[in-house]
Design a protein around this ligand. Sequence first.
Ligand code: TXA
Ligand code: MG
Length: 313
Amino acid sequence: MSATILLQPDTAGIASAADLLRRGKLVAFPTETVYGLGADAMQDRAVAAIYAAKNRPPSNPLILHVGSRQAAEALAVFSPEAVMLAEAFWPGPLTLVLPLRPTAGVSKLAVPSGRLVALRVPDQPVAAALITAAGRPLAAPSANPSGRVSPTAAAHVLSGLGGRIDAIVDGGPCAIGLESTIVEPGDPPRLLRPGGLPAREIEPLLGRPLAGPEDRGAPVAPGQLASHYAPSVDLRLDAGAPRAGESYLGFGPGAATLNLSEGGDIREAAQNLFGHLHALDAMGRPIAVAPIPDTGFGRAINDRLRRAAAPRG
Ligand code: TXA
Ligand code: MG
C-alpha cells in the first residue's frame, strides 16, 4: 500500500473519502467517540482489509455505522425496546446489538455469527456527511492496531496505521473520547461494553438495570477480553503518587506529568484519557495512574484502564 492520504473535513475531502470507500478502500474518519477505520460494509474485500490493517482476529465482529434509524432498520430487526433506545439516544454514543436481517446484504466477514449485528448512528457532522456521501453502511472499528489504545485525533491514527490504510479524514479531536456504550436489548437487556453513554442514563428508560455480559459465559464483545486498549509501557492503577522512573497520569489538583482533569471533571477526563495515554506511551516510562471515581463516565474510564493494565496475552 502507498502512503496514507490526509483529507480535510470539507466538501471536497468528504467527496474523495466517499469515492475511496465505494472503491473498497479504507478511510479513517472522526466520530464523537473515537476515530473509526471505515470500509464499505457490503464489500467482502473492503471488510477483509480492515481486519488485515488492524491485525484484528477475524472472529471479532464490527460495528456498522448508518445515518438514521430507518437505515438501521433495513439491516436489523428492532424490538419496541430497541426502537425506544434508538429514539432516545441516536445519533449518539450508543451501539445496539440486534438480530441481523437475512436480506441486509452486509458482508459476512463483518458479522461472523451471521445472527447479531452491532449498529450505531454517530453524532458527528463529518461522519454523518461521509455516511450520506458513501450511500452505504460503513463498517468501522476504532482506527488503532488491534489491542492498542484507541485514537481520538488524526495524528493517533497516522502513528498507529499510517501506510496501512488509504486515507484519514482529519476532523479534529473527538468530543467524547471513549468508545460507544454497547447494549443488547432483550430479557434482560445487557450492557456489553460501558462507554460514552453512561448506563445510568439508559436504565431509567428501560425501567430496570442493565445486566452484565458475564452471566453468559463466553465474552460476547471480544473487545472485552482482558488485555486491550494497551499502551506499550506498563500501567499501575490507583496510584496516590508516582514512584521513581514513572510518569504520573493525574486526576484532580496536584503535580502530574499529565492531568486528565485538574478540576476533577470526569467528562473532561474521558476526553483526555486516550490522548494522554498516547502521549505518555511515547515518553517510554511506565505510567502510574491516579484513582478515578467509578461513577458515570468514570465507569468506562476505569474499564479501559483495567484492560490497559492487564497482563498481555
Ligand atoms: O465508539 C465506537 O463504538 C467506535 C466508533 C468508531 O464507532 N467503534 C469501536 O469499534 O469501538 P471496535 O470494533 O473497536 O469495538 C467494537 C466492539 C468490539 O468489542 C466488538 O467485539 C463488539 O463491539 N461487537 C461488534 N459487533 C458485535 C456483536 N454483533 N455482538 C457483540 N459484540 C459486538
Ligand atoms: Mg476498538
